[in-house]
Design a protein around this ligand. Structure first.
Ligand code: EPZ
Length: 417
């Protein structure tokens, strides 16, 4: 196994190019199998989850060809095949194959998801959607068996605002007979990205990005070319790292609007932010005010930036309160930050974070955003080398991390652990 070694204390300076969004890519790739001909995806990130999804599609008989950041998927020879085990267990988002295979073939057998383990991640809303569309859903030997003679459009109210359920229902409903309305839908940019691809493939979806999405089913869908939106969470992570190291960094190839909530909170702390059309410049300051942060569904502050933000809040003068209203226990990085001297108390959904100096330590990443929080912590520490194990988690969401940080002046390297 590998670990990341970080000799911090140096301000990050320069420009970093943001890649395509992981949480789009791992929905767009399965969405492509709804087409009868080749779908080309541009701006593909280089991540382990993407590689696993390409293997899953090849197991289903699709031809997948990757050239740099372009992926060509030819699903014309796709077959309906049960996938109870194997690669589906390696990533949580393999559940998108349920909606895609259901839409394409009217059936799916998919092993229940694996992936990040910060807390139980139910898929009851996905199942509620599939059943509303007329599918029978049973759980056998740790896999979901889904079957529908004919998918029928329906009105589906999501009890919980869920990105995954919204996308999964959109995938299946694209090929149902009649109209489906998803109410209380999630509004994340990645949902708009998936709807944009599906419409380019011939689907008829309106309202993606709002709480009501209307999908009129179509009989067949065709290939197209689609460019993946930039990864707002990767971008936000570098913004936070720039602020934490008191650096001066231009984060390039972003959609500033997708980062509005983070930008507002950083400015509230005293970070100087300059927005351009497709980039954001972050200039760190010597002192920051403590603030309160609430992680909410989009367009609120992203829960995926909650962990990196907790590291930055250790760099303020006072006491900050960081609450997560999406996940109730996404704080496994807090004990690791405490090993670096962070003074953080957990109370229910909130972390009470007192500003103070961090010191180098051996720490372990337990999920991808927790890993990012620990890397940022290491970057702020000048007296010693921080060792972060669990790099395989970090590699799921941050491509070219060591190269990008080194180009920004950080002293970071990988080492066998
Ligand atoms: C997506 O996960 C992202 N993953 C997560 O990012 C992100 O944290 C999350 O959305 C919230 O923004 C991908 O897109 C692959 P949800 P997802 O369904 O779809 C509850 C990362 O770091 N819920 O929106 O699984 C659930 O427990 C990852 O990149 C149900 O109760 O999240 C949670 O409390 C981590 N029943 C809330 O809803 C369901 O059927 C939001 O979950 C589904 C979800």
């Amino acid at each position: 196994m590998e670990k990341l070694m970080i000799a911090g204390g140096r301000p990050l300076r320069g420009t970093v190019q943001i890649s395509g969004a992981k949480n789009s890519a791992i929905a767009l790739i399965p969405a492509a199998i709804l087409s009868e001909s080749t779908v080309t995806l541009d701006n593909l990130p280089e991540l382990s989850d993407v590689a696993i999804y390409c293997e899953l599609l090849e197991e289903l008989g699709a031809t997948v060809e990757r050239q740099q950041d372009q992926l060509k998927i030819d699903p014309s020879r796709l077959v309906s095949k049960p996938m109870p085990n194997g690669n589906v267990k390696k990533l949580r988002a393999s559940y998108y194959l349920m909606g895609a295979l259901l839409g394409r073939f009217g059936e799916a057998v998919i092993g229940l998801p694996g992936g990040c383990n910060f807390e139980p991640r139910p898929i009851d809303q996905h199942i509620k959607g599939f059943e509303a569309l007329g599918a029978q859903v049973t759980t056998e030997n740790g896999a979901l068996h889904i079957k529908a003679k004919q998918l029928q459009g329906a009105k589906i109210y999501l009890d919980v605002v869920s990105v995954g359920a919204t996308i999964n229902i959109m995938l299946a409903a694209s090929r149902a007979k009649g109209v489906t309305i998803i109410e209380n839908a999630a509004k994340e940019p990645e949902i708009i990205d998936v709807a944009t691809l599906l419409n380019a493939m011939g689907a008829k979806i309106k309202g993606a990005g709002t709480e009501n999405i209307r999908i009129e089913g179509v009989d067949s869908m065709h290939g197209c070319v689609h460019s993946i939106i930039p990864d707002r969470i990767q971008a936000g992570t570098y913004m936070i790292a720039a602020a934490a190291t008191r650096g001066d960094v231009i984060i390039d190839n972003v959609i500033p609007k997708h980062l509005e909530a983070l930008t507002a909170k950083l400015q509230e702390m005293g970070v100087h932010i300059y927005e351009m059309d497709e980039s954001i410049r972050v200039v760190g300051q010597a002192e920051y005010e403590s603030i309160d942060v609430k992680a909410l569904v989009y367009p609120g502050f992203a829960t995926d930036l909650q962990s990196p933000m907790s590291t930055l809040l250790t760099q303020t003068k006072g006491v900050s309160i960081l609450s997560d209203y999406v996940y109730s226990n996404r704080f496994k990085h807090i004990p690791e930050l405490a090993r670096m001297g962070a003074k953080i108390k957990l109370e229910g959904r909130s972390a009470i974070i007192e500003g103070g100096k961090l010191s180098a330590a051996k720490v372990k990443a337990t999920d991808l955003r927790a890993g990012a929080a620990l890397v940022i912590a290491g970057l702020t520490v000048g007296d010693g080398v921080t060792e972060v194990t669990g790099v395989e988690y970090i590699d799921r969401g941050y491509d070219h991390l060591v190269m990008n940080l080194s180009n920004l002046g950080a002293e970071v390297w990988r080492q066998q652990s």
